[in-house]
Design a protein around this ligand. Sequence first.
Ligand SMILES: [Mg+2]
Ligand SMILES: [Zn+2]
Length: 192
Amino acid sequence: MNTQARNQLKRRAVFLDRDGVINAKLPEDRYVGYASEFTFLPGVIQALRTFEKLGYLRVVVTNQRGIGRGLMTEEQLMAVHDYMNRELEKRGVKLDAVYYCPHDECENCACRKPQPGMILEAAHDLDIDPASSYMVGDSPADIGAGSRAGTRTVRIAEEADDTADLVFPNLIAFATFLESRADEADQPEHVS
Ligand SMILES: [Mg+2]
Ligand SMILES: [Zn+2]
């Protein structure tokens, strides 16, 4: 079997940064340590539904160095993610997995974005083909991680970003784009 045929058996995914993509970011140097601080951004639920409908797994990859810095605990992060997953479930949509990096920058780990570790681990665990997947994030580190892992990259930003393959102001705008491509060509994985 050639590489292309084998990759078609693999699954595709939308890898999602969390803060600033799924939920509202807190001010600099503050970390979401409680469910009460977690607010879904507008259109996110609908966007996740669209990804699911189009056959993309939904995998969160999030840097959480507040843990490494001692500003929150891993247990707090788990509780926040439990809350996020429960709220999504209530609305009939789900994430396939959530990966997080708890390390501070100085720890030089392989998982903190822009390192591709979390994406590569998820791709291995869930049998995902990075090349037919997208990494979506609101910071340059997200785009770096996606590029290094071999995904296509989507920057959520108001301004242009030449380092990303695509740029949209929010997640729902990307989902709408992906859906229109699917309608058009039945090949949402092909972006030229
Ligand atoms: Mg972010
Ligand atoms: Zn790490």
